[in-house]
Ligand binder design. Structure first.
Ligand code: NAP
Ligand code: ZN
Ligand code: ZN
Length: 397
């Protein structure tokens, strides 16, 4: 728990009128159910009520599954650095109360009448998006994350097909999501260790695939946190040689254990010089502003640097000469589409790749955030949602 950030008691708001939802015949009829009760549900959750509130117990009202919906009893949810940025208001104003969490793994508890691709009790996942327009070129190309009309994020977004309700994420005991945005999680994967694949996994898999990484390529990974350690594992599984750049000398041995062929202390100028022109593609996962120019020097001609981290403050300027002289591409990449996320999960099952996780209880969430910001995590915190308690007869979010 963060000193000076006491957990206030749960907000005592009245239960909202859910009668319209309860009377929703799409949901009330034809819904297959392992629990035997129709209608909307309350979920116990943890979330922020303001940028400085820390995470506190909340209750979320989940809709009754509509015909295309899958209701999931959440078992584990990973803690992404984006959750910290969002709940603390580092990316600008947010819709509070805000329940974060977009690395969700659980089991199907109810399905709508039109759902025939998910079965009750099946292990499933939800990542960073729960809807998109389904009509634009990006959506039709399976690139829903780049939806031209805006993807619907798993939390803090207006839910366009559900009355513009604000979506609430996976630090909760359940969630209801349209089947098109639910993933099949192979049963061979450990559920807690698979949860971070839904964001950290696909966010690093997507640019590696976009660059067609294969045996013989050299991949650089900057920052060894949640995203970074997945980038190392995935690039190795694709057959690449991997060089890790870290600010933490203490992570050298661990980086090697993850499969890194070389580990470079990024503030060691001589070590950076020695890596000159040795790398084909860099996956930069650093969550804070940093100078990219020394990394461009480590790239070969036609190399690329994908920036995945989204710091809240400005980055030092990129030197155009560094790009021009080697035809280097400086790119960004946002999570992955639904089909690609499924492809990544299947790839991970085939290659035995999961995240290295530290499972935490709900009352450890604030401490886990502080430890993540301090870089004290190997390599992903994952919330055990059985520690969230039970929802009370009120709904906060
Ligand atoms: P994380 O677990 O906290 O890892 C970030 C790593 O960056 C740290 O472990 C650290 O590695 C390195 N780092 C170096 N200097 C730092 C500093 N001053 N402050 C913080 N970290 C520093 O974070 P994550 O969950 O992997 O997320 C990384 C970034 O990616 C965040 O900005 C997040 O919002 C963003 N993100 C983007 C996408 C996308 O779609 N593009 C998806 C998810 C997350 P070393 O100790 O090895 O230096
Ligand atoms: Zn994330
Ligand atoms: Zn779209």
């Amino acid at each position: 728990m963060t000193p000076g950030r006491p957990v206030p008691p749960p907000l005592a708001k009245p239960l909202p009128d859910l009668s319209a939802d309860a009377a929703d015949t799409e949901g009330a009829t034809g819904t297959a159910d392992v629990t035997g009760t129709p209608g909307p549900r309350l979920a116990a959750a943890y979330g922020a009520t303001a940028s400085d509130s820390g995470l506190v117990p909340l209750t979320v009202a989940r809709r009754s599954p509509k015909e295309d919906d899958v209701e999931i009893a959440i078992e584990f949810c990973g803690l992404c650095h984006s959750d910290v940025h969002a709940t603390r208001g580092e990316w600008g104003s947010q819709n509070y109360p805000l329940v974060p969490g977009h690395e969700i793994v659980g089991r199907v508890s109810r399905v709508g009448s039109a759902v025939d691709d998910f079965t009750l009790g099946e292990l499933v996942g939800v990542g960073c998006l729960v809807d998109s327009c389904r009509e634009c070129d990006s959506c039709l190309d399976g690139l829903e994350q780049y939806c031209e009309n805006g993807m619907t994020g798993t939390y803090g977004a207006k839910d366009r097909r559900n009355g513009d309700a604000i979506t609430q994420g996976g630090y909760a005991t359940s969630v209801v999501v349209d089947r098109r945005y639910v993933l099949h999680v192979p049963e061979s994967l450990d559920p807690a260790a698979a949860a971070p694949l839904l964001c950290a996994g696909v966010t690093t898999y997507s640019p590696l695939r976009h660059f067609d990484v294969e045996e013989g390529d050299v991949v650089g990974v900057v920052g060894l946190g949640g995203l970074g350690h997945m980038a190392v594992k995935l690039a190795k599984a694709m057959g690449a040689e991997v060089k890790v750049f870290t600010t933490s000398e203490s992570k050298f041995a661990a980086a090697r254990e993850l499969g890194a062929d070389e580990v470079i202390l990024s503030r060691d100028e001589a070590a950076m010089d020695a890596a000159n022109r040795s790398i084909d593609v860099i996956i930069d996962t650093v969550a804070a502003p940093h100078d990219l120019n020394p990394y461009f020097r480590t790239l070969r001609v036609d190399g690329a640097l994908f920036q995945l981290g989204l710091p809240s403050e400005k980055m030092p300027p990129v030197n155009p000469g560094a790009l021009i002289r080697r035809r280097i591409a400086y790119a960004g990449s946002l999570i992955g589409g639904i089909a690609e996320t499924q492809q990544m999960l299947d790839f991970c099952a085939e290659h035995g790749v999961t995240s290295d996780v530290e499972v935490v209880r709900a009352d450890q969430l604030n401490d886990a955030y502080d430890r993540m910001v301090a870089g004290d995590v190997k390599y992903r915190f994952v919330l055990d949602t059985s520690t969230l308690g039970t929802p009370s007869e009120r709904a906060d979010a």
